[in-house]
Design a binder for this molecule. Structure first.
Ligand code: HH2
Length: 260
């Protein structure tokens, strides 16, 4: 899953702002590099990011979604606002990627009746304050319990199991140790019975381990992606598509090779 941020302030530094042509060019390059899904967002969720009004978010997203859907590209939209979900679904979005796991008023009811998939992500607190003092009794147990409950709520609302993806929410109200425990526990999350999405790309955990600035975290991010894949993650949300796809190809070739 390649990330296209129609923002000016994403932490990764590769946001394209309000430039439709740049967003489409970035998406096309990611597809050429091997992405299977494009995830577009117009509101940064990094701590301290500027809030974007839902009307403005939809204004930026709808033309991008319509253009990509028209090309037959599987398109996911990263939003936590119900009105934006409705607008992008009408424009042809195939997936709603919600860091708030469809907990906003009306969100579940807005997405459940259609054909679009949903990514339900775990977050402790809200983006403005979530990194101040994240605390868990049992991070893996609590995240799995939350996602299991949200998946069940989605099923009750009418989502078929094939339309649900779960995400532990790397960096969303988590310390480095919490993130590492969750990545190691990908098999436990996968045992809930839904595909697991992992997004560690360029995040501060990669910086904390390598000491690298955001623009220099591709290699560390690829290592995290391979580790997650090796533990059963089915979707990898990444900025550096070409490097990640190449690494997966090499790793898969070795996994699939005959033993003698
Ligand atoms: N991470 C970010 C945003 N959306 N969605 C899911 N499902 N999982 C994630 O880990 C995730 C997400 C943060 O990354 P990015 O979009 O690059 O940054 P920003 O929020 O600053 O635009």
């Amino acid at each position: 899953m390649g990330i296209v941020n129609a923002t000016a302030d994403s932490f990764s530094g590769d946001g394209v702002g309000d430039d439709l042509a740049a967003a489409l060019a970035q998406a096309r390059q990611m597809l050429a590099d091997g992405a299977a899904i494009i995830d577009v967002g117009a509101e940064s969720t990094r701590p301290g990011a500027q809030a974007v009004e839902p009307a403005e978010e939809a204004r930026r997203l709808v033309p991008i979604v319509a253009a990509l859907a028209g090309l037959g590209v599987p398109v996911s939209v990263d939003t936590r606002h119900t009105a934006v979900m409705q607008a992008v679904l009408a424009a042809g979005a195939d997936m709603i990627n919600d860091v708030a796991a469809l907990q906003a008023e009306g969100a579940m009811a807005a997405v459940a009746p259609g054909r679009a998939a949903v990514c339900l992500m775990h977050m402790q607190g809200d983006p403005a304050t979530m990194q101040q003092a994240p605390h868990y009794r049992d991070v893996v147990g609590q995240v799995c319990a939350f996602l299991g409950d949200r998946a069940e709520a989605a099923r009750q609302a009418g989502f078929a199991a094939e339309r649900i993806v779960l995400d532990p929410g790397i960096g969303f109200g988590k310390s480095l140790d919490h993130n590492l425990a969750l990545l190691r526990a990908t098999p436990a999350l996968a045992r809930l019975g839904y595909p697991v999405l992992v997004g560690a790309s360029r995040k501060s955990m990669i910086g904390a381990i390598t000491g690298r600035a955001v623009g220099e975290r591709a290699a560390g991010s690829v290592a995290a992606a391979l580790f997650a894949a090796s533990r059963g993650a089915r979707v990898l949300r990444v900025h550096d598509v070409r490097q990640t796809v190449d690494a997966l190809k090499v790793w898969n070739a070795m996994e699939d090779a005959a033993d003698d």
